[in-house]
Design a protein around this ligand. Structure first.
Ligand SMILES: [Zn+2]
Length: 118
């Protein structure tokens, strides 16, 4: 499945935001690619994926019964996913350090709050 045409510029925007945020937080991000696979589980898990080699996949629209969902995923959920996956570039587990970094990145992305001590 390919991204819907209407989602392509949106995804490019998310990609730029993700790359710039990685730079701001000093994280080693290799690439951001769209995820077009349906996933199960918690929001931040099925909307994104991160590899130890530094690739992040972001799903901007869910797939339901092998078809694209009518509505795009909400901006807030996508930004939370970006924050969660970016934090994995430093902490691959879901420990307290990963949670703290996810919150800090999300506050930067969503509330434009500068990271502490930077
Ligand atoms: Zn995770």
């Amino acid at each position: 499945m390919e991204l819907l045409k209407e989602d392509q510029p949106y995804f490019e925007n998310i990609k730029v935001i993700t790359l710039m945020t990685a730079d701001r937080f000093g994280l080693e991000l290799k690439e951001v690619v769209p995820s077009v696979l349906p996933r199960k589980g918690k929001v931040q898990h099925f909307l994104g994926w991160c590899s130890s080699s530094g690739t992040i996949k972001i799903s901007v629209r869910a797939v339901e019964n092998k078809k694209w969902a009518k509505a795009r995923n909400p901006d807030r959920d996508i930004l939370l996913t970006v924050a969660h996956e970016l934090a994995h570039l430093k902490y691959m587990d879901h420990g307290p350090q990963h949670t703290t970094l996810t919150k800090s990145i999300f506050n930067y992305l969503f509330y434009r709050k500068e990271p502490n001590g930077k």
